[in-house]
Design a protein around this ligand. Structure first.
Ligand SMILES: [Zn+2]
Length: 354
């Protein structure tokens, strides 16, 4: 039996309060800002301006891509007491921005957006207990009777934050350098494959010579600022992959491994991932790779009972569209990552008892 888990932003948001796709970078100040002190009756923003200086540059960058948002930098500068920017009508996915910047050959812009993705994810998860991924490791991975592999579309490294408790992961990449702290446990003792086709914040890449670095997962927001390639001296960046970017030879084996796993999977459990319309590449890839007899279990979260039937229909319609040839049933649960883990634990207890 082979089970494949697919994780999207919904899983990390449920476990560690990280932002969902459309909130990534945009909600950084509202998630991580603090109420500024008042000096002589006026809010003193100096500290905050310092911590969000990259965000301020991001807003200027946004106006070069979406002219309709050109009031944002001014709103930010005049925000006074408000630690968050005034509600933006349409938040553009940063994935989309990265692609546009890449096509415009704006490398500095790409670097800035990557930096903000890193800052927002790292800052928003600091101090969070990350219970659900921990439970996933202790209940699902540790006791599994099945062969399991994981495909994660998340940049964060929350799943293996707890990796030193006899469950280990293998990213299936050839790193040129691995941090000493990481070396002890990385890919040891029958590791689970953790395939991250979009990249990962603990992977550093040298944009000049493509050397790959694997860092320890204790990271802080300025982590990459002083990281230089040991070979050519260039500034290392967190490895966040833009569709169509070069790096094909590094990333292609990951897609290949994911395809091989999906071809032999008996069951695929998709948690907090919605096959977003802007990323056709992923839908097409799954449609092509998934064997038609695999059982699909979709786990999403829907808060209100009254919305559940409609939500289920929407999901079902989408899956029927993406996987027209699927022969087995599609099981949809709207109780979220936590609900899934509770059901999993109950199911195991039932099996042991009966
Ligand atoms: Zn280099």
């Amino acid at each position: 039996m082979k089970h494949v888990y697919v994780f999207g932003a919904g899983a990390s948001a449920a476990s560690a309060n990280t932002p969902l796709g459309s909130e990534l970078v945009w909600n950084y100040p509202s998630n991580c800002g603090q109420v500024p002190p008042i000096n002589n009756g006026v809010p003193d923003l100096s500290e905050e301006n310092e911590s969000f200086k990259n965000f301020s540059s991001f807003l200027k960058l946004v106006t070069t891509i979406y002219p309709e948002l050109n009031s944002l930098p001014q709103n930010w500068d005049n925000r006074g007491m408000w630690v968050f920017i005034p509600q933006v009508e349409k938040k553009h996915y940063v994935d989309e921005m990265l692609e546009i910047l890449h096509l415009k050959r704006n490398n500095q812009g790409v670097e800035l957006v990557r930096k903000l993705i890193f800052e927002h994810l790292v800052e928003s998860s600091i101090g969070n207990p990350n219970q659900l991924y921990k439970k996933f490791i202790s209940e699902v991975l540790k006791n599994s009777q099945q062969q399991i592999s994981i495909i994660s579309f998340n940049f964060d490294f929350l799943l293996h934050e707890d990796f030193e408790k006899d469950v280990y992961f293998d990213y299936l990449l050839e790193f040129n350098w691995i941090d000493d702290n990481r070396q002890r446990t990385y890919a040891k003792n029958q590791p689970f494959n953790l395939i991250k086709p979009n990249g990962s914040l603990d992977w550093g890449i040298c944009p000049s010579c493509n050397r790959l670095y694997l860092y320890f997962h204790h990271m802080f927001k300025n982590f990459y600022d002083n990281k230089r390639c040991s070979d050519c001296g260039s500034q290392i960046q967190p490895f966040i992959i833009i569709p169509h970017e070069r790096y094909g030879n590094i990333i292609e084996p990951l897609w290949l491994s994911a395809a091989n796993d999906l071809k032999v999977a008996d069951k695929v459990i998709i948690i907090g991932y919605s096959f977003p319309d802007y990323d056709k590449r992923v839908s097409n890839f799954f449609a092509k790779s998934l064997n038609s007899y695999a059982k699909l279990e979709i786990v999403n979260y829907c808060e209100h009972e009254k919305d559940k039937a409609r939500e289920k229909n929407t999901i079902l319609a989408k899956y029927n569209r993406i996987f027209p040839g699927l022969r087995s049933e599609i099981d949809i649960h709207l109780d979220g990552f936590e609900g899934y883990l509770n059901r999993y634990v109950d199911g195991n207890a039932y099996e042991r008892g009966g």
